[in-house]
Each structure stands twice: as structure tokens, then as C-alpha cells.
Design a protein around this ligand. Structure first.
Ligand code: ADP
Ligand code: ASP
Ligand code: MG
Length: 462
């Protein structure tokens, strides 16, 4: 069995869904299909929520009606009048419900995280309905399933964590039998529900994570992530001019790249696959014939350099210094306990004798964190920073790669440097504004230049 996940651009319009019918129809193995919302729809839903929060009921309602129209236009995918009427009725019901919710929230001018999830979920609920109907109309035996009956999570709205046991149970009882019997279950990604039935979401880009959770729970042979690029690329295509496809990656490499900004995969996607060793393939729905990227336990071959580079903008650096507690044991524990209490992960960590510097991506609790840290240390904070890193097994074996990495960045002010940990990753922190030149230079150094010998070391350095 395989799980095929199609991202927002792969279902963005009628032509995209027709391509998808071809791709899924050409797959002989039993399969489960997971779809994202049509592209940009989640953004629009979040914006409708914001309008409601501002009390602008008219604008929020207009936003919902525009989404309703866009989805209703997709019904041309379905020819059978009966099936088309059923789809249109289902969409009407969904968007009327959404309009009612948004109106009520606009009246009270408040959108709680729970309500925000309820609103955001409509994108995947609608897209999955459309795709299931289009499949059926094209002669593929398929059935729509409400992902909220399958993916059970905790109640951390906006970033819900799956209850693996409950989810696996639902997968085995509700989804697996259908797929084995030759049907194609179609579910929305990104969304789930608490055991009590409240709608939740897994965080932006979370459909990949849904697909991986479903793949793991079903014991799938492969998880396919269909998107709009040819696979994991050597650098973010929006930042580097001539990125190349990375044909193979290890789970470790892929998860570090995803974590540090390669948006093509949600950072949690790899986790469920790792435990069971399920290969993850990234494929292009606009070019299904392209080989894509295969992610497995074994490392890929990357010549003499890293596998890829990645970057994450908009992080904050926090410097925490303590002269009084200098080198005292327990200091680091106290520092990290604060982050733990506020459920805020830190990404890069560097230490000196007198201070610790960390970067934080999730700024929701940052003011409170800084206030608390200030109780026992001197705290400095700098927003507008970015992480740039190179990832690859070769960094372990070739100690000179780190020097080449830093050499390429000569002249750009670096705020932090980190090498070690997995030893598969060299990371620097610099200003947002320097990300573009940094990515360009690194990409040229590692993926565009012909490999060449490093300049000989000066005699005194030997
Ligand atoms: P989907 O809607 O299919 O989930 P996403 O927009 O989430 O697609 O992810 C695909 C996008 O990720 C690509 O269009 C590309 O712009 C971006 N991206 C960033 N870094 C990389 C990378 N290293 N390799 C491939 N794509 C990347
Ligand atoms: N539709 C959701 C988002 O835009 C989830 C996803 O596309 O993976 O974040
Ligand atoms: Mg995505």
C-alpha cells in the first residue's frame, strides 16, 4: 500500500486535478490519497478569521463567498449530473456553515485558537470533497473520508500533536480495509480532531505530516509527496538561480533540511517514516515522469560536498549572559527550563564562557521568556535574523567542508556559528538581509563550481 499526498499547487485548479487523476489512475498498488487545500486557500481562510477578529463582518463574509465561488468552479471536473449536484450541495453546505461561523466571530470580535482551527480546516474539507468526486467521476473507485474521524490529536490548537495510538486504530479500522478492497480513500491533510471531536490543525504545511502519519499507521510501502518542484533541490529555488535535484537523501539529512527551512517537506514528516523505515519520495505533479528525490535510511551519494543548503528567515537571537553564575553548573538547565515551560523550541545554540546564544523561530512567548530569563541573567535580543546551513553526511567525513562553507561567506557578518551535533550540519546565523547573497554564494561554491583543491595552507598555519 502507498500513501500519495498532493500539495496545494497540485490541486490548485481544474487542470491540476485532471493531472492528479492521471497520476493516481496510473498507480496499480492499493493507495490512500491525502490532499492539501487548493493553493492559497489556507492563507485566505486565516485572513477571513483576521477580518472577523477585527469585527469586519462584511469583509469576512465577502472573503468566504469568494472562496465558495472558487471551489464551486471546480465542479466542472464532474460530468455526471447527479454526482455534480451532490458535490455542489456539499460545498454549499460547507461554505454556508463557514459563513455562519465567521459572522458569529465577527459579532464578538474574537477568534480563539480553537475557532481559528475550525476556520482553517475548511480548505482541506472542501478540496478533499472535490478530489474524491472528480476521481469517482473519472472511473476511479474512491470514497471521501473526514480526516477528523481518523487523525486524533491533542488540543494544542494550531500545532496539534497526534495521538498515534488512537490514529493508528482509526486507520486500521476505517481506512485500510477500503484501500485493500480496491477503493481509494481520499482525506484532507493538515486537519484532525481531539478525542472529544474538536477540530485541530497540525501547523502550516502539515499535510505532509498527515501523509507520513497515515503511511506509518497503515504500514505503507512508500509515502509520496507530490508537489510543484522536481524534488528536494540543492537550494531554495526562490533564492538560488540554478538549483539541482538531490536524487537521494537519508532520513537524517532530509529532516535537518526540512527543519532548517526546505519548505518542500514539513519538518515532522520524516519522523513517522523513520521508525518503520518507510521510504518517502518527493515528486513533481507537473512532471510526473521526473525521478524525484528518494529519502531512505541509507545516505545518498552527494559527490564531495553537502547534500543541499537551506535557510530559515525571521528568527530571533537571544543572548543570555551571567557573570555571577559564570560557568556554574545548573545555569544551562535554568536557561532551558524557561524555554521548556513556554513550550518554545530553540534551534541553534552556541555557548561561550560567559554566555549562551540561542535562536528561536516561534516568537509567541518570547516577551515572557525574555522577562523570565532577565530575572537571573543579562538578556539581549535581536530580531530579524536568519539561519543558513549546509547539510550532508560528507560534513562528517570531510572536515574541510566547514571551512569552505565559511570561506564562501567571507565579508558577511555572522552572529553565530555552529558545527557539531549530528556533524552533518554546519549552521550560521546572520541578518535576514544577508540571506540572499549567502545562499547564492554557497550554492555557487558547492553546486555550481567544478570541485577544486583547497588553496594550500600557509606555512605558519601548518
Ligand atoms: P506543497 O503545496 O506541494 O506542499 P510547498 O509550497 O509547501 O508545496 O513546498 C514546495 C515549495 O518549497 C517549492 O515550490 C519551493 O519553492 C520550496 N522550497 C524551498 N526550499 C526547497 C528545496 N530545498 N527543495 C525544493 N523546494 C524547496
Ligand atoms: N493547507 C495547509 C497550509 O497551507 C496545509 C498544507 O498545505 O500542507 O499550511
Ligand atoms: Mg507543503
Amino acid at each position: 500500500m502507498i500513501v500519495m499526498k498532493f500539495g496545494g499547487t497540485s490541486v490548485k485548479d481544474v487542470a491540476a486535478v485532471r493531472r492528479l487523476i492521471g497520476i493516481v489512475g496510473g498507480e496499480q498498488r492499493p493507495k490512500v490519497v491525502v490532499v492539501s487545500a487548493l493553493s492559497k486557500v489556507t492563507d485566505a481562510l486565516i485572513q477571513a478569521g483576521r477580518l472577523a477578529e477585527q469585527g469586519d463582518a462584511a469583509a469576512a463574509a465577502a472573503a468566504v463567498r469568494a472562496l465558495h465561488r472558487r471551489h464551486a468552479e471546480m465542479a466542472v471536473l464532474v460530468e455526471s449530473p447527479q454526482r455534480k449536484a451532490a458535490l455542489v450541495a456539499a460545498l454549499d453546505e460547507l461554505f454556508h456553515e463557514l459563513e455562519t461561523i465567521v459572522h458569529a466571530l465577527a459579532v464578538v470580535e474574537e477568534v480563539s485558537p480553537r475557532s481559528a482551527d475550525t476556520i482553517a480546516a475548511f480548505g482541506e474539507l472542501a478540496s478533499s470533497r472535490i478530489v474524491a468526486a472528480a476521481f469517482e467521476d473519472a472511473g476511479l473507485r474512491s470514497c471521501w473520508l473526514d480526516a477528523r474521524q481518523v487523525l486524533i490529536t491533542d488540543a494544542q490548537h494550531g500545532a496539534a500533536q497526534p495521538d498515534r495510538q488512537a490514529t493508528d486504530q482509526r486507520l486500521l479500522s476505517l481506512v485500510r480495509p477500503l484501500a485493500l478492497e480496491g477503493q481509494i480513500p481520499v482525506l484532507g491533510g493538515f486537519i484532525g480532531a481531539t478525542a472529544a471531536g474538536l477540530t485541530t490543525t497540525l501547523g502550516r504545511g502539515g499535510s505532509d505530516y498527515s501523509a507520513a502519519l497515515f503511511g506509518a499507521g497503515l504500514g505503507a510501502d512508500e509515502i509520496q509527496i507530490w508537489t510543484d518542484v522536481d524534488g528536494m533541490l540543492t537550494g531554495d529555488p526562490r533564492l538560488v538561480a540554478a538549483p539541482k535535484v538531490v536524487p537521494q537523501l537519508s532520513f537524517d539529512e532530509a529532516s535537518e533540511l526540512a527543519y532548517f527551512g526546505a519548505k518542500v517537506l514539513h519538518p515532522s514528516t520524516i519522523l513517522p517514516a523513520v521508525r518503520l523505515g518507510i521510504p518517502v519520495r518527493i515528486l513533481n505533479s507537473e512532471r510526473p515522469e521526473a525521478e524525484g528525490t528518494l529519502i531512505t535510511r541509507e545516505a545518498g551519494a552527494h559527490g564531495d560536498g553537502p547534500a543541499a543548503i537551506a535557510c530559515k528567515r525571521g528568527v530571533t537571537r537571544i543572548d543570555i549572559a551571567s557573570s555571577r553564575m559564570l560557568m556554574a553548573y545548573g545555569f544551562l538547565r535554568r536557561v532551558f527550563e524557561v524555554f521548556e515551560r513556554f513550550r518554545t523550541p530553540v534551534d541553534v545554540v552556541t555557548t561561550s564562557e560567559v554566555s549562551v546564544s540561542v535562536t528561536v523561530d516561534d516568537r509567541r512567548a518570547l516577551d515572557a521568556i525574555v522577562a523570565e530569563l532577565s530575572g537571573f541573567a543579562d538578556v539581549g535580543r535581536e530580531d530579524g535574523m536568519a539561519i543558513v546551513c549546509a547539510v550532508g553526511q560528507r560534513l562528517r567525513d570531510d572536515p574541510c567542508l566547514a571551512a569552505r562553507f565559511l570561506g564562501a561567506l567571507e565579508g558577511l557578518p555572522l552572529a553565530m556559528v555552529s558545527l557539531g551535533g549530528s556533524r552533518m550540519n554546519i549552521t550560521v546565523v546572520l541578518r535576514n538581509d544577508d540571506v540572499e547573497p549567502a545562499m547564492e554564494r554557497l550554492h555557487r561554491r558547492f553546486f555550481e563550481d567544478q570541485p577544486r583543491a583547497e588553496p594550500a595552507l600557509a606555512a605558519h598555519a601548518r
